[in-house]
Design a protein around this ligand. Structure first.
Ligand SMILES: Cc1cc2nc3c(=O)[nH]c(=O)nc-3n(C[C@H](O)[C@H](O)[C@H](O)COP(=O)(O)OP(=O)(O)OC[C@H]3O[C@@H](n4cnc5c(N)ncnc54)[C@H](O)[C@@H]3O)c2cc1C
Length: 261
């Protein structure tokens, strides 16, 4: 790995949680300080025959946390995630030395209503921001903006790996609301929550929380199909294009067969 070390750090996995056969999160220890802003991503990878195989992953943890956290979805025919999925506590992976990304760069406007829309792992950048708000509020720092809501979509409820934390955050952050919705309720008999794809219930919740032109900001993260439809729905609701922000996890129309909705 000698020649990779100029661009990459080797980070050790110090924690892992599995949320299902193809969804897991890890916490890694970075030997150096790794300053980043909520919304940014790190470039993670493995060395295969001395060559790096890498992909971008949004950071789940808040910048103030000791370790860095990531939430992964296994793409069985993908190039990298099968390798990452095999890594356990104590194993290492490659990480580029600098975070990247502009998503959520503008921060939160206290005068506006913020609506986050995510599919499965797309919750990552929002979790980082919410954790930072909680830490700041707990530390007596600036309070969270008046109204924050997240609509989080998945096929089945077990994919909501951060549901318990989000429920806790709704208690700790006044004005924050979390709406998980599943698109395949027929395969999830115990589910009593919202049903439908995230983009299909978007308008209902946007109207309910008061997202209006000039008053609301909408952030879309994850599945390209959700992002395209979500943007169209909010443009039809009269929101200006610049008030709809996005982070797309893979190119439109490129999902492997059987990929999650
Ligand atoms: C800014 C950014 C942040 C990202 N953050 C995360 C994150 O926090 N967690 C995470 O799991 N992924 C995240 N991704 C996606 C990640 O970078 C990889 O594309 C993904 O992990 C698949 O990598 P792979 O090498 O296994 O598959 P590849 O060989 O790269 O992809 C195989 C095929 O699957 C498609 N694909 C990629 N991801 C998915 C998916 N989730 N569902 C369906 N099809 C997909 C690709 O377009 C391609 O056609 C992010 C992407 C970007 C651009």
């Amino acid at each position: 790995m000698s020649d990779l070390s100029d661009k990459y750090e080797s980070v050790e996995i110090v924690g892992r949680r599995d949320f299902g056969p193809d969804l897991w999160s890890v916490r890694v220890r970075h030997p150096e300080p790794f300053p980043f802003r909520p919304g940014q991503y790190a470039t993670l990878g493995v060395a295969l025959e001395g060559k790096p195989l890498e992909r971008p992953y949004s950071i789940v943890s808040a910048p103030e946390e000791e370790e860095l956290e990531f939430f992964f979805e296994l793409i069985p025919e993908g190039a990298l995630t099968p390798h990452l999925h095999r890594l356990q506590v104590g194993d290492t992976m490659l990480m580029r030395r600098r975070p990247k990304g502009l998503f959520l760069r503008a921060g939160l406007d206290p005068e506006r209503i913020h609506l986050f829309l995510a599919t499965v792992t797309g919750i990552a950048p929002f979790a980082s921001l919410l954790r930072q708000l909680r830490l700041r509020a707990a530390g007596g720092g600036e309070a969270a903006p008046p109204r924050l809501a997240m609509v989080h979509g998945a096929s089945f409820s077990h994919e909501f790996g951060y549901a318990a934390e989000m429920a806790e955050l709704t208690r700790q952050l006044p004005g924050f609301e979390y709406v998980p919705t599943i698109s395949r309720p027929w395969g999830d008999s115990g589910w009593e929550g919202e049903t439908g794809r995230a983009e299909d219930v978007l308008r209902k919740h946007a109207d309910r929380v008061g997202v209006r032109p000039g008053r609301g900001l909408v952030y879309l993260c994850g599945h390209p199909g959700m992002i395209a439809t979500g943007r169209a729905v909010m443009l039809r609701a009269g929101l200006p294009d610049q008030d709809i922000l996005e982070e797309q996890y893979w190119p439109e129309g490129k999902a492997p067969l059987g990929a999650k909705e």
